[in-house]
Design a protein around this ligand. Sequence first.
Ligand SMILES: [Zn+2]
Length: 300
Amino acid sequence: MKHDRTFDPRYGERVEILPGLCRLTANNPGPFTFHGTNTYILGQKNLVVVDPGPADPAHVDTILSVIEGARVEAILITHTHVDHSPAARLLQERTGAPIIGCAPHRAARALMEGEVNPLDASGDKDYTPDQETVDGETFEVAGITFHAIATPGHTANHLCFALEGEDILISGDHVMAWSTSIVAAPDGSMRDYMASIDKMLARFETTYLPGHGGIVRDAPAYVEQLKQHRLNRERSILSELGDKSRSIPEIVAKLYADVDPKLHGAAGLSVFAHLEDLTERGRTAADPGLALDASFRLLD
Ligand SMILES: [Zn+2]
């Protein structure tokens, strides 16, 4: 599928998307963050800051300098990855604003015996919101009405926020224009992700503001492509298992032959997320049990 990787982060600058809505990209580029984390600032006089970013005092200084003394009424958080939520505490120290949003960090499922969580370092376990928002909840801050939409998959606690009266949805890391989302066990879940993709497909908004990279336009068509992409990947995995049992590295070597071997570890986590979903649905079996180093086979 095609991703839109054209994006100018304009570090240190407040980039206006609409009147009363701007983006400030943190200077934390990387293979998983693209050019950096997008912090969104909404409101006219009183403001809401969405995903203030990593624990980087320089980015918090930049947020405070671009808002030019306006009052921060709330800090809103989509999910607890270390590139999104830790600065909430720094910004709270500087502004006193309450932290509103997703639940504390948790995995999508319990760790299995002997399993080491490969994603442990990416979770912000110190995040404790002052006010947790739940699926379907509507709340108003700084004169803006937000609808919280639970979208587990990338993380178990992921939320998107739709803006009432606007054709705009803040999509966090659930839907991004530059790349697919990372969906990896045990923090994430492919089954949850696919259900959260269907949840997006039932919505009308056409413009999404993602946690990394540029704006998603024509969102329903794009989300449908994301869905088809995962379904294709699932079909490829099933066909790799057609004649015999295979390990995840064997499947990755075949399906990701044209991908930089440095990314094969991440690809393995994604294949595992599919196989976990397929095994739960009774399509595949894992020997001796569901694990990254298991051997997988088809069930009929
Ligand atoms: Zn994330």
